[in-house]
Design a binder for this molecule. Structure first.
Ligand SMILES: Cc1ncc(COP(=O)(O)O)c(C=O)c1O
Length: 459
């Protein structure tokens, strides 16, 4: 009989120690960090699920690529290798390296947006929203209704609501929509995939109005795998072929290669529009670096080029999606409410439902994050009112987020199944004690992106 376990398709060559702390130590560290996981020192964290961004392990091929890095200021061989890999996978003509995703976003939105514009997205990630708003435009989220219901099962819950997009464009006028963006997978909406059909439909709406379509491509390989698994007609296609088709419907993309580029730093901006590329290059030179390195070292470009290939390996993607689903399935069996079905890079606990005794203005997600750290040294992140809400300066009232989620993001190729089993045990213990978890009060904040630095006390 064939083995049923989907094992890690790699063996470990280099290890990094992690250490346990005592409950008393964790209590002290948490108070010192003002109940904000971003203010905790990593050495006091046992299992770090804060983010899957830049926290992955590189392959021996990537480390070998690093040694081939050409550090020439201009025209480096490493740039041309990187450029040809991006052109081959994504199909866009102009490729601008950036130090990470938000630099690509800032350059894109600064170039194409003017005050009063409107940018639709299935769901803006926080940095994307911040860049759109910084450029004076309005960021509008248009997920399908199922995307806002944590318990509802849908194969492509990350899809954009095409009818809502058409209505928005009709309402504001196509000349005020400089671009439409689709985020694959939809991170802020639970790491849920977007179907090929949806991208095709959104692209058709965009093209009929002459609006460019951009893809936030951070997790394009994971999204491609979901299409292969769930969408009719794609079972025999490779993830690379699926990715290529997906991007063929778009005019450009932004990429944080810290996710599916499998690197610790790096990103890029790509487009088919020569005029836009020229304007973006000028901004790139001003703020990131010369266009053949864009704020990165030659070795980083090499690691990205190899990482983009690694991320499309079928064995890797099969394991990646299966291991995330394993965590989701075990938590569901325990009774923990999570966004269903499990996403690609993370499991999202529905904190509003798990901690129903804590109102949104007392940040149930942040309270759960604190409880997970206290219980077992696990670091997670709130994706709810702390991240997406705002305090009215006059009244002190909180605008709350549509969902109160806690994300357990899984770094790529870093933790083994026994680490994940430990996470399941800790979450189960916290779940058993959920009625005793206190809410939090925000005592200091610095918008925008207040979640990185906000400080809290228990209520
Ligand atoms: C969907 C999405 N877009 C953009 C970004 C921003 O990328 P970076 O952190 O590399 O600036 C992220 C990062 O987490 C993301 O998840």
């Amino acid at each position: 009989m064939a083995a049923r376990s989907i094992i890690e398709p790699f063996r470990i060559k280099s290890v990094e120690p992690i250490r346990m702390t005592t409950p008393a130590e964790r209590e002290r560290f948490l108070v010192e960090a003002a109940y904000n996981p971003f203010l905790l020192r990593a050495q006091y964290v046992l299992i770090d699920l804060l983010t899957d961004s830049g926290t992955g392990a590189m392959s021996s091929e990537q480390w070998a690529s690093i040694m081939r890095g050409d550090e020439s200021y201009a025209g480096a061989t490493s740039f041309y290798r990187f450029e040809s890999v991006v052109q081959d996978i994504f199909g866009f003509r102009y490729v601008l390296p950036t130090h990470q995703g938000r630099a690509a976003e800032r350059i894109l939105f600064t170039t194409v947006c003017k005050p009063g514009d409107v940018v639709p997205n299935n769901t803006h990630f926080d940095t994307t929203r911040a860049s759109v708003e910084y450029a004076g435009a309005r960021a509008v989220d248009l997920p399908i209704p199922e995307g806002r219901e944590p318990a509802t099962i849908h194969p492509f819950k990350g899809n954009m609501d095409v009818g809502a997009l058409e209505a928005l464009v009709d309402e504001v006028g196509a000349d005020r929509v400089p671009l439409v963006m689709i985020t694959i997978t939809n991170n802020s909406g639970g790491g849920q995939p977007v179907s090929m059909e949806n991208v095709r439909q959104v692209s058709a709406v965009c093209r009929s109005h002459g609006i460019p379509l951009y893809i936030d491509a951070c997790r394009f390989a994971e999204n491609s795998w979901f299409i292969r698994e769930r969408e009719a007609g794609y079972q025999d296609r490779t993830p690379r072929e699926i990715a290529r088709e997906l991007f063929s419907y778009a005019d450009g993309c932004t990429m944080s290669a810290k996710k599916d580029g499998l690197v610790n730093i790096g990103g890029f901006l790509a487009t088919n529009n020569e005029m836009v590329a020229r304007a973006e290059s000028r901004l790139l030179i001003l703020t990131e670096g010369f266009p053949t390195y864009g704020g990165l070292a030659g070795r980083d470009l090499e690691a990205m080029a190899t990482g983009l290939h690694d991320a499309l390996e079928e064995d890797y993607l099969r394991y990646r999606i299966a291991s995330t689903a394993y965590l989701g399935q075990r938590l569901t069996e325990t009774g923990v409410p999570i966004v269903q079905p499990p996403g690609g890079h993370a499991i999202y606990i529905d904190a509003a439902s798990m901690l129903a005794h804590i109102p949104a203005r007392m940040f149930p997600g942040q309270a759960l994050v604190a409880a997970l750290y206290l219980e077992g040294g696990i670091r997670a992140v709130e994706i709810g009112t702390v991240m997406f809400g705002a305090t009215n300066e006059q009244t002190g009232e909180e605008t709350t987020a549509p969902m109160e989620l806690v994300r357990l993001a899984i770094p790529r190729r870093v933790y083994t199944q026994s680490h994940i089993d430990y996470v399941c045990e800790v979450v189960a213990d916290v779940y058993a004690k959920r009625a005793d978890i206190p809410g939090l009060r925000m005592v200091w904040q610095a918008p925008p992106l207040r979640h990185f630095t906000a400080r809290f006390e228990t209520v």
